[in-house]
Design a protein around this ligand. Structure first.
Ligand SMILES: Nc1ncnc2c1ncn2[C@@H]1O[C@H](COP(=O)(O)OP(=O)(O)OP(=O)(O)O)[C@@H](O)[C@H]1O
Ligand SMILES: [Mg+2]
Length: 254
């Protein structure tokens, strides 16, 4: 089976310190994969390497049959690689709907023109309305993002990434900083989006209950290397994983 995303012996270093060391990873089209591991194990760096925010020291990354590790981030985005960041990445002064108009307009090739004719472009309005409905944000359409609750910002951040209609969606801790009661909503949304669109999703998530409920396969990073990969059940039963991850190291975080 052809992998939609393949990392081959990928290494990334920061000032001589290895953040990723010879990581091999193949992700199939349509898979929902969770990436876990202790703080500093290289999870965000791995997503950055795929989306083009960091350069490789060695190795190759292939996506949909093309080598992409030499491409700038915007070209990878055009190839269908979408990204949400560990820190929410929205325009706080703009409304919820306006934050969605930007990527929708970009996808439709309209760019900044939509701002000169606010209210025009029915296809933009339609796509924004669909997203608002799908993500349960209709009531917040006109609200400035800066005044949203943190959980709503997280939901919007995922919606913004999806507005570009990626084929591969990379989510960096979408539940970070969320109140416990808000977590099921975003987990459910990710599952819904994955089922409905069939896109490939890689999600970094440190809440083990969410990971178990969401992911078909889990990859565990430790010290910049792949420690284990497999089904949630096999990962939970893995002795090495239990030592570094379930043994308390990671649980201290919250
Ligand atoms: N831009 C950077 N400059 C220097 N060092 C960096 C940079 N980004 C990451 N690192 C280092 O690389 C290693 C991996 O960091 P990374 O952010 O990928 O870990 P992580 O698994 O996402 O951690 P967390 O769970 O805290 O988000 C860490 O040692 C980190 O300090
Ligand atoms: Mg991180």
């Amino acid at each position: 089976m052809a992998a939609t995303l393949e990392l081959m012996e990928v290494s990334v270093t920061f000032g001589g310190v290895a953040a990723l060391s010879r990581v091999d990873l193949a992700i199939e089209e349509g898979e929902l994969l969770a990436l876990i591991g202790p703080n500093g194990s290289g999870k965000t760096t791995l997503l950055n390497a795929v989306s083009g925010q960091v350069r490789l020291a060695a190795g190759q990354i292939w996506y949909a049959g093309r080598r992409i590790d030499h491409l700038p981030a915007y070209q990878r985005s055009r190839l269908g690689i979408g990204r949400a960041f560990q820190q929410v990445n929205l325009f706080p002064g703009l409304s919820v709907a306006e934050n969605l108009r930007l990527p929708v307009a970009a996808r439709l090739g309209l760019g900044w023109r939509v701002w000169r004719e606010a209210g025009g472009y029915p296809e933009v309005n339609r796509a924004v309305d669909d997203l608002l409905r799908e993500f349960g944000l209709q009531d917040k359409a006109g609200v400035a993002v800066g005044s949203l609750a943190h959980g709503e910002k997280r939901v919007l951040d995922v919606a913004v990434a999806l507005a570009l209609r990626p084929r591969l969606l990379l989510l960096d801790e979408p539940t970070a900083g969320m109140a416990v009661e808000e977590v099921p909503r975003i987990a459910e949304l990710i599952r819904h989006v994955h089922e409905k669109t069939g896109i490939t999703v890689v999600v970094i998530e440190h809440r083990i209950d969410v990971v178990k409920a969401l992911a078909e396969r889990i990859v565990v990073l430790y010290d910049g290397r792949v420690l284990a990969a497999g089904t949630p059940a096999s990962i939970m039963a893995d002795k090495k994983v239990q030592e570094v991850y379930l043994g308390g190291l990671y649980a201290q975080r919250d």
